[in-house]
Structure formats: C-alpha cells, structure tokens
Design a protein around this ligand. Structure first.
Ligand code: SAH
Length: 240
C-alpha cells in the first residue's frame, strides 16, 4: 500500500481515493437495487403477488433503510428481521400479500396498526393518498416518523399510542391493516371501515400460529374469511 502511493503526486492519490470510494459506494447502491429486484422476482412474483401497484411500491421502497445497520445485509432476504425492542419487520412476502389483498386505489385513506419500522407504511404510502399509522412503543414510533420524513414520505402520519381502538378522528378508512397478532378482531377497528372497505388482521391465540383474516364490509355487514396461517408479534394493550 505504502509503495503504491510512494511515487505519486498528491493529486494522483486524491483521484485514486475518489475513484475507489465512488466504486465502493456505487457497488453498495447497485447491490441493494439488484437484491430488491431479486426479492420482487423470487419472493413475490413467484408466489402469486401480481398486483402491479404492490409490486411497483415494493420495487421503490428501500427496505434496507428500515432495518438496523447490522441487519442491512439481510434486508432483502426471505424472512422477518429484528428491529429492536423485541419487534420485527415482516417478511417481504407477507408485506406483499397483505398489501395486495387490500385492493388499494390511489385515492384511499388507509389505517395501519403496528408501525414498527415504518416499512409497511412506506409501501402503502407509495400507493394511496394518505396513510395513518399507530405504534404503541414510543421509541419505534419516533424512529419510524423520522425515517419516513427523511425519505420524503409526506403522506404518512405516525402516532404513538395503543391502536386497539383505531384512530376515529381520521376515519372512516377505505382499508385497515393490522401488523401485530390479535386474539380477536377489535370491534372498534371494523367500525372505522367505510362501506366496501377491507381489513386484514392476524388473529389467533397468543404466541401461536394465527390466521390472517380478511374482513369486508358490504351493505353495513361484515364478512370474514381466513386466508393464510401466519406468525406475528402480539398486539399488546396499554394498561388503563
Ligand atoms: N408493520 C411493521 C411491523 C410490525 S411489528 C413494519 O413494517 O416494520 C408489530 C408492531 O406492532 C410492533 O412494533 C409493536 O410494538 C406494535 N404494536 C403491538 N401492539 C400494538 C398496539 N396495540 N397498537 C399499536 N401498535 C402495536
């Protein structure tokens, strides 16, 4: 290394350093983009995630920005990842599946319970007009809020609090997504759905396998359908 620089001018050394740094930087960028494309092909398109707006959104949102630095190399792998405070960011396939099933339109208002890293909210924010998301762990809510504004997602409102009762002041919503496992369907949430609205929520026993339940509201009545077995961190409640 020392002999390499010995007979070169300062100017040459500076140029070499700049070129090396930009190569390293460009490689990092290319990797994330390439890994994200691979995720889209192998984890989503190969498994019946075909909705163009879901695929487009997940192609655009930099998932690696939403995981802790030491997890970034795994950001596009086929699994959930720890985000600190005993919480996780969902597996890409689950994010794709839950997003697709909501049949989102660009003029929708969407409520999310369980902001976590903010990744799912960002995916929703790419597709719809406005997203409202609630996170019970204040530190995570704050982190997600900062990350989302740093990345320029200005159609997403993050609130720290218990999402069990929804966000009635901002409702009713065209779609509701709950990204923590509930023991039963929270009544208040269903009632914040608009006519024709859809809600997706993991329901089942604490710490066990739950069912993703799709709820649709038609002519004022709720229809429920179990669509997939899943594992999720629990939906917790604040003690009153
Ligand atoms: N959607 C997230 C992952 C969610 S993990 C993402 O894209 O990263 C589930 C999250 O739900 C956790 O952060 C947990 O703290 C939160 N949570 C659990 N119970 C909650 C409640 N009652 N209200 C709001 N958030 C809750």
């Amino acid at each position: 290394m020392v002999t390499f620089f010995k007979n070169r001018s300062v100017f040459e050394v500076v140029i070499i350093v700049i070129i090396s740094l930009s190569t390293i930087f460009a490689r990092g960028q290319i990797n994330h983009n390439q890994l994200r494309e691979k995720m889209i092909r192998e984890q989503l398109m190969a498994r019946q995630i075909t909705d163009p707006s879901t695929l487009k959104a997940m192609r655009l949102v930099p998932r690696h920005e939403f995981v802790p630095p030491d997890m970034q190399v795994y950001a596009y792998s086929d699994s959930p990842l720890p985000i600190g405070l005993k919480q996780t960011i969902s597996q890409p396939y689950i994010v794709g599946y839950m997003t697709q099933i909501l049949k989102l339109k660009d003029n929708f208002r969407v409520l999310e319970i369980g902001t976590g890293s903010g990744y799912q909210a960002a995916v929703l924010g790419q597709i719809v007009d406005s997203v409202f998301t609630i996170e019970i762990i204040e530190e995570l809510a704050l982190r997600a809020k900062n990350k989302l504004s740093e990345l320029g997602y200005n159609n997403i409102q993050v609130k720290a609090g218990d999402g069990y009762l929804g966000w009635p002041e901002k409702g009713p919503f065209d779609a509701i997504i709950v990204t923590a496992g509930a023991e039963e369907i929270p009544n208040a949430l269903q009632h914040q759905l608009k006519e024709g609205g859809r809600m997706i929520i993991p329901v089942g026993p604490h710490n066990g396998v739950r069912q993703l339940v799709l709820i649709t509201k038609k002519q004022g009545k709720f229809k429920t359908k179990e669509v997939m077995a899943v594992r999720f961190v629990p939906l917790t409640r604040t003690r009153n």
